[in-house]
Write a protein that binds this ligand. Structure first.
Ligand code: SF4
Length: 66
């Protein structure tokens, strides 16, 4: 089981992750940070989420296994 987390101390709400996978990430109106809207990632989600982890300019995304 794989999950992804956003470090609120790093995230700058640029929304690049939302652009890559809008079903997993969101920046709610008024929120200073992105949130994860899907707790458990499917195999299909994982590829895009890995891309988002690499693309995040703040290195705020982290994959957690198990
Ligand atoms: S790409 Fe990174 S910095 Fe930008 S909203 Fe997503 S988690 Fe935050």
């Amino acid at each position: 089981m794989t999950r992804v987390t956003v470090d609120p101390g790093r995230c700058t709400a640029y929304g690049i992750c939302v652009g890559i996978h809008p079903e997993v990430f969101a920046v709610p109106p008024g929120s200073p940070v992105a949130v994860v809207t899907l707790d458990v990632l499917s195999e299909d989600d994982l590829e895009d989420v890995q891309e988002a982890v690499r693309a995040c300019p703040a290195q705020a995304l982290r994959l957690i296994e198990g």
